[in-house]
Design a protein. Structure first.
Length: 276
């Protein structure tokens, strides 16, 4: 079970645990600072409204137990609120506007830059944040010259053989995937008796998808009566444990790569660029 503020992530890699003097003296050439960004929003009748932020914190807590001890990875407190206005009208949703969230992210990046940090990872666990955060990392790169990364742990895979094809395509909110993870990390926060199954009527569409080929703008009330998209009735803690183990294994390797990455190595030389 996930316990907040326990383990390596919080005792050894939690940046605000250090004093100003310690932060100043940190080697920063390869130091990677992770900013978790989640959400507090409805997740149907069975999951806590903190689901996205909870999954992010638990995933990083578990991952940082696996990262090489020499890797200079540092964790910031999460931005627990996200751009969640697509869930307005459903109780428990607390949203920031796009302008507010981007402003917060930019201010945090400016502060880190002023402290001498060069690398920042926005670690996102809410689908409604994706487009905004990808804009933000470009703006941070342009304005402050930092090397900035974006990552959603769901993009690392780990569940393809555990979920149905329908869930993989449409289970984007409160379904089998998220419910299984929460059951693995905070089982007493899940109310199984209220778990439901609901998918949008899109299977007949050739091109339109919720998050893929051709998107359309939607609010949760447009696509779901229950507030979820997926089949929460099939969720198990065992599946959640497998997903978390796989994702955190991959993520630990990825964080080490981000520490050593230098953007100056990406661009080819002028002579190479003009070769036929």
């Amino acid at each position: 079970m996930f316990m907040r503020y326990e383990g390596t992530a919080w005792e050894e890699r939690f940046l605000p645990r250090l004093t100003s003097k310690q932060v100043k003296e940190l080697p920063k050439e390869q130091a990677l600072v992770i900013l978790p960004v989640g959400a507090v929003e409805q997740h149907g009748p069975h999951l806590p409204v903190m689901t996205d932020t909870l999954i992010g914190e638990a995933t990083l807590t578990q991952t940082l137990e696996k990262v090489d001890k020499e890797a200079p990875v540092w964790l910031l407190p999460p931005v627990s609120y996200g751009k969640s206005n697509e869930h307005f009208g459903l109780p428990g949703t607390i949203a920031l506007s796009a302008a507010t969230l981007q402003g917060v992210i930019m201010d945090i990046a400016e502060s880190l830059n002023a402290s001498g940090f060069r690398k920042l990872l926005l670690f996102n666990t809410h689908g409604g944040n994706v487009d905004l955060l990808n804009v933000a990392i470009r703006e941070i790169r342009i304005k402050y010259g930092m090397t900035v990364f974006y990552l959603s742990p769901g993009s690392l895979g780990g569940a393809e053989d555990l979920l149905s094809p329908e869930e993989l395509e449409f289970g984007i909110h409160g379904g089998d995937y998220e419910t299984s993870i929460v059951k693995a990390i905070k089982p007493n926060w899940v109310q199984d008796q209220f778990a439901v199954k609901e998918f949008p009527h899109l299977s007949a569409m050739k091109f339109l998808t919720l998050e893929g080929k051709i998107r359309f703008a939607w609010k949760m009330s447009d696509i779901s009566a229950s507030g979820i998209c997926g089949d929460a009735t099939k969720a198990t803690a065992e599946k959640g444990q497998i997903i978390q183990e796989r994702v955190t294994d991959i993520l630990a390797q990825a964080l080490a790569e981000l520490c050593t990455f230098e953007i100056s190595t990406v661009k080819s030389g002028a002579e190479e660029a003009v070769k036929p």
